[in-house]
Write a protein that binds this ligand. Sequence first.
Ligand SMILES: C[S@@+](CC[C@H](N)C(=O)[O-])C[C@H]1O[C@@H](n2cnc3c(N)ncnc32)[C@H](O)[C@@H]1O
Length: 280
Amino acid sequence: MINDLKITDAEFNEIKEIMYDFTGVFLLPTKRNLVVSRLRKRMDELKMKGFREYIKRLQDKSTREMDVFINAITTNETFFFRGTSQFNYLYEDILPNMIDRKSKQGKKKITAWSAACSTGAEPYSLVMAFREFLKGDKSWQIKVYATDINSTVLEEAREGIYPERSLMKTPKSLATKYFENIKKGTRPGNFYKLKESVKKDVEFKQHNLKNAFPVKDLDFIFLRNVMIYFDVPMKKKVVSHLINNLHPEGYFFISLSESLIDVKAPLKTVGPAIYKLIKE
Ligand SMILES: C[S@@+](CC[C@H](N)C(=O)[O-])C[C@H]1O[C@@H](n2cnc3c(N)ncnc32)[C@H](O)[C@@H]1O
């Protein structure tokens, strides 16, 4: 283990630029220690003594080190039913009208995109909320696209096994209905395995928010707790292309601790950090 691993100003700036160019994530100077601690294990594996050598490897496209680097640096905190007031608004205000409209139109399908889904708690919470509202009516199709730039979190999401703390905001009745309490190998503590009936409605895919996403006319887009890592130009770019994927009657969710003030997008607030497109 390299205990005295240090990063110079120039090396930190290069790492910062590489991260920004590839992901749009802006590493503040306060993230210096985080960069060192998160890359230490990887550099040990590679038997590297310093960041100069590691930066060279990152720049060498043939190594595919970028994926490992991004998996180490991104912050992936998430849990089920995060943003309780938003899920309440979805259930009590949005879904009654949307389901009524779609039923009348004979379009029994709900589509959503969780655009920085981490280990999957967000897209799976959405499926549970939709299924609960529809009271098990199987004539409705639910399709939730779930994407993230980090390939490790996507693997965990597909597996669908969570520690107890991920369910801290999950109503007891839903935890019992949609999860199975299990032991995970020799790991201490309780784990919860999500049932197939929820998993089957979510499609996971690696995607960088810097790039366009091909699915249009979505009823919901969730872009929560990721803009905090972006600067204003990146926020503008991401929001302006994401809203092209929204149905004219669709809803755009950001997190309660984020804002669109400096983004100036054609969106109006309709609920807690929930937006709709302004019609021309
Ligand atoms: C804190 S998690 C948010 C998870 C979930 N949306 C929530 O609110 O609980 C932020 C996620 O954004 C992802 N991310 C960061 N930059 C990204 C980018 N350019 N494209 C796609 N995902 C990105 C990270 O890998 C991480 O999993």
